[in-house]
Write a protein that binds this ligand. Structure first.
Ligand code: PAF
Length: 281
């Protein structure tokens, strides 16, 4: 496995590769778990054995607002490299410094405004602008054929898909299914902030999503009924949002008549956790 530390080594690698080798990329902020590693496998499935699977690791400061967890975001560089190698990555890119990706500081943004204001965007109004901007920078450097993103971050995936379409970026954006712990909790680097007690309580999230799916399976289509009792079911976790939105537009619906996502964000202890499930009539 090759390690590229900095934009210049990355450029040289990309130039040396030419345009005939397929490249699949999994952008991450590191502190890898099985969810990330499953995305590497999906990238491999798309580019084949002769393609190149790249993992990127960068805790992107522009997607964190003041007071969020940028300063304590968990990192494990050596562990990540070992996991990436064992999972079959061909190459890992880690920017040498923040300036490497932001050489002129902040001031140029990719803003997929149509999809960035609702759900997480309500409490994190500048978050998706930071995500779209860093992914656009990575795409300019890497020119991947396939980018793979986890479906746990459903809004992020929708934003990235829309960015691809709007800016004619070519290649493919692929979503990877949510990977869960054996007790149902969606894997997330931020699970590291949970105390054992918080972690136990956080199981209320997947448990309520199962309840929503059961209501849907028994024929319920009205959003109010599907989500009834959600806040109580999540307590003592504190809901940021619990919504059912159209899967494409992320607009809230009152009845599920087209593919939708039931999305939740809730605070347990020091962690803000995301999860979702699809509801397809
Ligand atoms: O999902 C993440 O880890 C990040 O938002 C991403 C896509 C790597 C951009 O920094």
């Amino acid at each position: 496995m090759k390690l590229l530390e900095g934009v210049e080594p990355l450029r040289r690698w990309r130039e040396g590769l030419g345009d005939d080798v397929r490249v699949g990329v999994v952008p991450t902020m590191g502190f890898l778990h099985e969810g990330h590693l499953s995305l590497l496998q999906i990238a491999r499935d798309h580019v084949g054995p002769s393609g190149q699977v790249m993992l990127t690791i960068f805790v992107n400061p522009t997607q964190f607002a003041a007071g969020e967890d940028l300063d304590r975001y968990p990192t494990d560089r050596d562990g990540d490299l070992e996991k990436a190698r064992a999972a079959g990555a061909d190459v890992v890119f880690i920017p040498a410094t923040i300036d490497d990706l932001y050489p002129r500081g902040e001031g140029a943004w990719v803003d997929i405004a149509a999809l960035s204001g609702g759900l997480c965007g309500r409490s994190r109004p500048t978050h998706f602008r930071g995500v779209a901007t860093v992914v656009m920078k990575l795409w300019g450097l890497i020119r991947p054929d396939v980018g793979v993103f986890g479906e746990k971050d459903a809004q992020q995936l929708a934003v990235i898909r829309r960015m691809h379409a709007e800016f004619f970026l070519g290649g493919e954006v692929v979503g990877g299914p949510i990977v869960r712990e054996s007790d149902g909790l969606a894997m997330s680097s931020r699970n590291a902030y949970l105390t054992p007690e918080d972690r136990e309580e956080a199981l209320r999230i997947p448990s309520f999503l199962r309840e929503v799916r059961a209501r849907f399976a028994s024929g319920e289509r009205a959003v109010e009924a599907l989500l009834a009792g959600g806040a109580e079911a999540i307590a003592p976790g504190r809901l940021d949002y619990l919504e059912i939105v159209d899967a494409q537009t992320l607009e809230p619906v009152t009845e599920v008549t087209a593919p939708c996502v039931c999305a939740i964000a809730a605070h347990f202890g020091a962690s803000r956790l995301l999860d979702n499930c699809s509801l397809a009539p």
